[in-house]
Design a protein. Sequence first.
Length: 102
Amino acid sequence: MNVSLSSWLVIVLALLAANLPFINERLFAFIPLKAGASKPVWVRLIELFVWYVIVGGIAYLLESGMGNTFTQTWEFYAVTGCLFLVFAFPGYVHRYLRKKHA
């Protein structure tokens, strides 16, 4: 897999994973909750962090498959974490800010 394709793959995975906690009522998209129960915000935020770690792991595996990996400092994780939150904004708007029509 070339660098361009793997970069786009990570971006698309990050977009999907960042919005998954807000568009799905299952825990990590697999574990059903009680019937009619809605996930609280804190569960969605924990789920968002776990998806961030999973996508980061996939990105690390793709990078290591292409050659040497680069060491990262806290700035890298701060920027990618903020980018992941920006990617999650459409799902957040859909869940909490859109007006529900009767």
